[in-house]
Write a protein that binds this ligand. Structure first.
Ligand SMILES: [Zn+2]
Length: 366
């Protein structure tokens, strides 16, 4: 199935979508389905996720695996476990294969179904069967849908919405308020944010981020390369603090450039302070260069170590920056777009207290 056929099949089941992610409710269990790949008249790959109140027991994973084998022509299954993630597959050359991966450290189940059927008519019953199976097993294991609204942490949810990476019960007014605030924040940043002040902030932040490394050498005589990971983080927070505009490539580029610039500066200052303490002489940058030429091999290794940890910091910052203005806007719009009233509402206070949105990590620009 291609994305259009898939979308048609999902909307026919009452799922709402933003393109590749589909949200719907099956027998009281909110589910999100992600279309991964597929072709017209060929194999379709998607993942499905449900969030529960409780941790998903590993036994349930086994159960789902066994039951979904019915969708595979052969009875072959495989399982692998590692770092809290359990995955199994029962994919074979039959009409439909199903595989389930479940992260038992989080309250979510993620079954994956691989359809190798060629017609939409074959896909639809298989999809329905897989959903029914998964929900039935979840019910047998007593897994409940989260009762608290993720925004205000109060019970009495009256709607469903995609929030914090899952389709889940929420207060309708909480999601509306939160989406509005997030979008307002983005608009403010777009209107008043400046690349100029951001870059200045990144430079200052990079200096602050390098301080722990230098101070540790000055006061404790400890050289710690991993502290250098703080340089890119400092640069990013500096960029944000001085109201840098959070869109386009400028935020990440300034973080990378400032970090690269700070590496030799940090190295130089470290050596300068070591010399000052040991022989009472403060190295000039020229001295440092002479020293560098003399002990190039050792000092390049040092620089390499520092760069490695700076790189680590950049990777972390990249993860945060990816959630820039357009991402925040999208998330907020999608939360609002997937908002559906729940009938009947969950038990809770008749009139829930007004929500004070606490921005959740996925929408928050840290
Ligand atoms: Zn709420």
């Amino acid at each position: 199935m291609d994305i259009n056929q898939f979308t048609a099949a999902m909307t026919a089941r009452g799922f709402v979508t933003d393109g590749k992610l589909f949200c719907g409710v099956y027998e009281g269990y909110p589910l999100s389905v992600t279309y991964l790949k597929g072709s017209s008249g060929g194999k379709t790959t998607f993942s499905m996720e449900a969030m529960f109140e409780q941790k998903v027991p590993r036994k349930m994973f086994k159960q789902v695996r066994q039951r979904t084998r019915g969708y595979s022509a052969t009875q072959r299954g495989s399982a692998a476990a590692g770092s809290g993630m359990v995955a199994a597959g029962a994919v074979a050359g039959g009409a439909l294969g199903a595989a389930i991966a479940m992260n038992s450290t989080q309250n979510s189940a993620l079954p994956q179904c691989f359809s190798i059927t060629s017609t939409v008519q074959d896909f639809e019953p298989a999809f329905d069967g897989l959903v029914a199976c998964t929900v039935a097993v979840a019910r047998e294991f007593g897994l409940m849908v989260p009762a608290l609204c993720p925004i205000c942490r109060q019970p009495g949810c009256d709607s469903y919405a995609y929030y914090g990476g899952a389709y889940r019960p929420v207060h309708g007014h909480c999601v509306q308020t939160d989406s509005y605030r997030q979008q307002e924040k983005v608009q403010l940043n777009e209107a008043t944010g400046s690349y100029g002040t951001g870059v200045i902030g990144a430079v200052l932040g990079g200096v602050v981020g390098a301080l722990p490394t230098v101070l540790l050498i000055v006061f404790l005589n400890v050289i710690s390369a991993w502290l250098c990971a703080l340089i890119p983080l400092g640069a990013y927070f500096g960029y944000k603090l001085l109201r840098g505009r959070l869109s386009g490539p400028v935020p990440l580029l300034s973080v990378i450039l400032v970090s690269l610039l700070m590496v030799p500066v940090t190295e130089y200052l470290s050596y300068a302070f070591i010399f000052l303490r040991e022989i009472g002489y403060f190295l000039t940058p020229a001295d440092y260069l002479t020293l560098f030429q003399e002990y190039a091999a050792d000092m390049i290794v040092e620089l390499g170590k520092t760069l490695l940890f700076v790189g680590l910091g950049v990777v972390i910052v990249f993860g945060i920056i990816r959630r820039g203005n357009s991402h925040t806007w999208q998330q907020a719009s999608f939360s609002a777009a997937t908002l559906r009233p729940m009938n009947p509402p969950m038990a809770g206070p008749a009139a829930p207290p007004p929500c004070r949105p606490k921005h959740r990590p996925h929408t928050k620009e840290v």
